[in-house]
Write a protein that binds this ligand. Structure first.
Ligand code: ADP
Ligand code: MG
Length: 361
């Protein structure tokens, strides 16, 4: 278990971490998601003991790590900029963690463990090659192997798939998930890729400007995003956010008056809001729930489905429909849309310094 409480860290005038709280449960695969510069790497280094926080505490398995050297924390960390021995073979790179006094294994067991890890990562055929001759993606897998090869109290992984091409990344994602399930080692996994976070995380923590904005399961983050920025971070095409205000009857009324939705808002009349609906939650044609009418703006085929952009007054919304439902649609065709009330999200309007918080349902 990893517990961070009130961690702050500044570098000169830059605040990397700002009173950050985080809890990774025993055996959990936790994804820390955030854009570049959000403080992800600093968080990992703080857990590993490679950076000292200005304030706050780090606990591992209930023990305060203050003053405990990185080596004695029992965590295995894989950096974004992986440190490998370029002249040594992939095998020797994997073997070196098993030669440290702490984790020394008898040769036979070490070989077994290395073979197993290499197999898992699809690098068995590369073991004799010097790491300096491998591609970036192959090196990244060796670096990951160095972390996974030895037992640890926790794995700390810093964007370990970022140098892989899309296909390999997808394959490795599935493998990592399997490793996590088998080993049940507490893992703190850092990424800026929301698809990766949704695929891998038992829970996800969204980090922004050195603070945790929201922590939850993928369902919680998807259906109950803390604010518009979290809502925008997940899902492609992106969530539709229509600006408007709360009407006297508690309904939503778009700024141009073209869209009205009965939402039973708890906010007072006139409150500036954004109504959110994900493209896959808008149905073409009649359906259960609220109805909207508009005209087709543009359609784009996405494999078996079609993204349809619909003009509603001055606004556009996009929806994803099965290909069969959207055949024959042309620009300016009138269309009806429906949305279930439970798929509508209500946010305060964005402000320059703060994305709008979710205020309903
Ligand atoms: P992330 O990993 O999410 O991209 P980092 O934790 O690396 O973010 O960095 C958070 C902030 O702290 C950034 O603004 C970064 O420029 C700054 N920072 C990180 N490490 C250092 C350092 N050693 N010296 C100065 N600034 C740093
Ligand atoms: Mg980083």
């Amino acid at each position: 278990m990893i517990v961070l409480r009130g961690i702050s860290k500044t570098y000169g005038r830059t605040t990397a971490l700002d009173d950050l709280d985080l809890e990774v449960r025993e055996g959990e695969f936790f994804c820390l998601l955030g854009p570049s510069g959000a403080g992800k790497t600093t968080t990992l280094k703080t857990v590993a003991g490679l950076e000292q926080p200005d304030s706050g505490t780090v606990e591992l398995d209930g023990k305060d790590m203050n003053g405990v050297e990185p080596y004695d924390r029992g965590v295995a960390m894989c950096f974004e900029s992986y440190a490998l021995y370029p002249h040594k073979s992939a095998y020797d790179n994997l073997a070196s963690p098993l030669r440290s006094p702490r984790h020394r294994l008898p040769a036979v067991q070490a070989r077994e463990r290395i073979g197993e890890t290499a197999e898992l990562l699809g690098i068995s055929a590369l073991l004799d090659r010097p790491v300096g001759q491998l591609s970036n993606g192959q090196r990244q897998r060796v670096a990951l192997g160095r972390v996974l090869v030895r037992p640890a109290r926790a794995f700390l992984l810093d964007e370990p798939l970022s140098h892989l091409d899309a296909k390999l990344r997808q394959q490795m994602r599935a493998e990592l998930k399997a490793i996590g399930a088998v080993r049940r080692t507490t893992t703190l996994y850092v990424t800026h890729d929301s698809v990766e976070a949704l695929a891998l995380g038992d829970r996800i923590g969204v980090i922004r400007d050195g603070r945790i904005v929201q922590t939850g399961t993928r369902e919680e983050i998807w259906y109950r995003p803390y604010d518009t920025e979290v809502a925008r971070a997940f899902g492609r095409p992106r969530i539709n956010l229509l600006p408007g205000a709360v009407a006297p009857d508690g309904g939503f009324r778009s700024a141009d008056g073209e869209v009205e939705l009965p939402i039973g808002a708890q906010a007072s009349c006139g409150t500036q809001v954004l109504i959110g609906v994900r493209p896959r939650d808008l149905t073409l044609g009649e359906g259960p729930g609220h109805e909207l009418t508009g005209t087709v703006y543009v359609t784009e085929v996405l494999g078996r489905s079609v993204e349809v952009t619909v003009r509603l007054g001055e606004q556009h919304v996009s929806l994803v429909a099965p290909r069969g439902d959207a055949t024959g649609l042309r620009p300016d065709d009138p269309v009806r849309l429906s949305v279930r009330p439970e798929n509508l999200l209500l946010f305060e309007a964005d402000r320059p310094e703060r994305p709008g918080r979710r205020i309903g349902p």
